[in-house]
Design a protein around this ligand. Structure first.
Ligand code: F6R
Length: 614
């Protein structure tokens, strides 16, 4: 969601900020803006649409106005008010002295506004952020101190925020604050940086301070002071940033999404290293901080997540229940919250999130924590807010994922769930059986099977081209691949804007079949296994309604050869591990359809990589 970049130092702030914002584009945005302080004046530039529009405006500006060494910039993902120039950040007080960029939602902005209006504030935008600008400006009028003004103001704000504030009369400092939205301070030499996420600053520094909730920071060229919620100065905790700038390159691929799809064999190898040494040895998972005795007492598992991570959780349910016999509920975080969920100290709550910053999942995890359940977090960002809430933290180490559509992180989440389920089964003695061994063996061969698919994608590309003009799609599967159908449909709709829905194949006849005719292709995922014949029958039913049929399968016999209009044959794999292989075909199909249609594959409209508002 919104991206923030701030800079104070000796460089041209506009260059650092624009570059930083471009590295945050993947978070999703619909307008951009920047405020620069030079000659005791705040110069503000804003534009709806892409960053290139803002750059265009800046290119026409007089050099003396933009030649500043301090500034704050923003990419906005609209929550309150249309993505227009007026609603774009930075916002400012009436005299234009104080500027602010903000990520999050100030929930009580409507309560604060009337009082500020009575005091003479004129509101120009429909945003919640402008209230914060006026509120801080009023505090500044009283205190003449920007830090104090922000400290006083945040005590009146409700909701989520990460923001940066400047004042033209104090061009030697930026004040930053955070509550339930990410913000880091990059530590430089004779310069400092502020950003919503690491990519914006990694080119300049590998050291950073992660601001915690309710902290306020005063950032100058050569000092950073952090204050807690009681305005006490606290010690700085400087940490090393976890990745290299190279991770942000497309490495010759046309899009990050394609690069990330192709990284999956290595992601799997990386995650298995030291954890499964051979099928005969027990899984090693030092990250699980539950003793054998505590694990044995777990009588219920709840998995909470959103979007693609939720689909990984649904696969997790099948694996866990099969291997451990422990009942598993999987729920969208946004549904888990604001009701009395049943959990206790014998419930294992698993939160899954690529970003570790998804607001709904954070709220759900906090709710579960209050029930004394053990919180296990599976995330790609061990530096995230969610990671900090974990009793056990399982980092998936997939490397930064830039494409908004999640691919390699889904793969890594699946792998983590396999490992966790096997580890649990082995520790509680639930299954001393061949299935656990077989899964371990298959996981070890998964990278080469993934490579078999990735090394020859021509057939998938042809199918993508053939079906790209359809406006609707149905994805069907059963059992452990039902979540694969959901995830395949999500991938297609989010990057191509084609209406795609995943159904359990057996549900077709309970309603969706009414939609079938020659304009509605049906993609079926069917693996040789317990539900194979059942899915085939469901395909026959679809065919009888003239639907075009695409089969993604590891087995097709002579008699069904002509059932499908198109097929993608994947390597042999047991049903229980097949979601990790099948999904790659669906990712590639969605990618090539989107690419063929000329859509913005890596940054689909309206979407954000990190959904930091509820
Ligand atoms: C889809 C996608 C989203 C995310 C969802 C949760 O490709 O990326 O559906 O999966 O917004 O995000 P995380 O996993 O960061 O909590």
């Amino acid at each position: 969601m919104c991206g923030i970049v701030g800079y104070i130092g000796k460089k041209r702030a506009v260059d650092v900020i624009l570059k930083g914002l471009s590295y945050l584009e993947y978070r999703g945005y619909d307008s951009a803006g920047i405020a620069l302080i030079s000659d005791n004046t705040a110069h503000i530039y804003k534009a709806p649409g892409k960053l290139s529009n803002l750059k265009e405006i800046l290119s026409l500006e007089k050099e003396e106005n933009i030649n500043a060494n301090i500034g704050i910039g923003h990419t906005r993902w609209a929550t309150h008010g249309l993505p227009t120039e007026i609603n774009a950040h930075p916002h400012h007080c009436n005299c234009g002295s104080l500027t602010i960029v903000h990520n999050g939602i100030i929930e009580n902005y409507k309560d604060l506004k009337p009082d500020l209006e009575k005091k003479g504030c004129k509101f120009l935008s429909q945003t919640d952020t402008e209230v914060a600008a006026h509120l801080i400006a009023h505090e500044f009028a009283d205190t003449k101190d920007l830090l104090k003004a922000v400290q006083n103001a945040v005590k009146k704000l409700k909701g989520a925020y990460a923001f940066c504030v400047t004042h033209k009369s104090m061009p030697d400092r930026i004040i930053a604050a955070r509550k339930n939205a990410p913000l880091i301070i990059g530590v430089g030499e004779g310069e400092n940086f502020i950003a919503s996420d690491i990519p914006a600053i990694i080119e300049y520094t590998k050291k950073a301070i992660y601001l915690s909730d309710n902290q306020v920071a005063e950032i100058k060229t050569d000092s950073i002071k952090i204050y807690d919620e009681n305005d006490n100065l606290i010690a700085n905790k400087v940490e090393n940033l976890p990745f290299e700038p190279i991770a942000l390159s497309k490495m010759g691929y046309k899009h990050f999404m394609l690069k990330e799809i192709h990284e999956q064999p290595d992601v799997v190898r990386n995650i298995l290293i030291d954890k499964i040494k051979s099928e005969d040895l027990a899984v090693v998972l030092d990250d699980v901080k539950l003793s054998k005795e505590e694990l044995t007492k777990i009588n219920r598992i709840q998995i909470i997540a959103c979007g693609t991570s939720l689909h990984a959780g649904l696969v997790g349910k099948y694996i866990f229940e099969e291997l451990t016999g422990i009942p598993v509920d999987v729920e969208a975080s946004s549904e888990y919250i604001y009701r009395n969920t049943i959990a206790d100290k014998n419930t294992l709550v698993i939160g899954i999130s690529q970003s570790g910053e998804t607001a709904d999942t954070i709220t759900a995890i906090k709710q579960a924590k209050e029930k004394n359940s053990h919180i296990l977090i599976i995330t790609n960002r061990k530096d995230s807010a969610m990671a900090r809430l974990a009793d056990s933290l399982l980092p998936i180490n997939a490397g930064i994922e830039v494409s908004v559509a999640a691919t390699k992180s889904y793969m890594a989440q699946l792998l983590s769930l396999y490992l966790l389920a096997i580890y649990t089964a082995e520790n509680i003695g639930a299954k001393e059986n061949n299935l656990v061994k077989e899964i371990k063996k298959e996981l070890l061969t998964l990278p080469s099977k993934l490579e078999t698919i990735l090394n020859d994608t021509k057939n998938i590309e042809n199918i993508a081209k053939k079906y790209s003009s359809f406006k609707n799609f149905i994805f069907i599967a059963r059992g452990i691949n039902y979540p694969t159908a959901l995830e395949g449909a999500l991938k297609l709709k989010e990057i191509s804007y084609i209406n795609a829905t995943g159904y359990p194949a057996g549900e077709l006849k309970h309603g969706p079949i009414a939609m079938l005719d020659e304009t509605m292709p049906v993609l079926a995922v069917l693996n040789k296994g317990i539900v194979y014949d059942k899915v085939l029958s469901n395909c026959e039913e679809a065919k009888a309604r003239q639907a075009k049929l695409i089969g993604v399968t590891n087995f097709i016999d002579e008699k069904h050869k002509n059932l499908f209009d198109d097929t993608v044959i994947i390597p042999e794999i047991p049903d229980i591990v097949s979601p990790a292989l099948n999904i790659v075909v669906l990712q590639l199909l969605a990618y090539h359809i989107s690419e063929y249609l000329g859509k913005d594959v890596d940054q689909p409209r309206n979407l954000a990589k990190s959904v930091t508002v509820e």
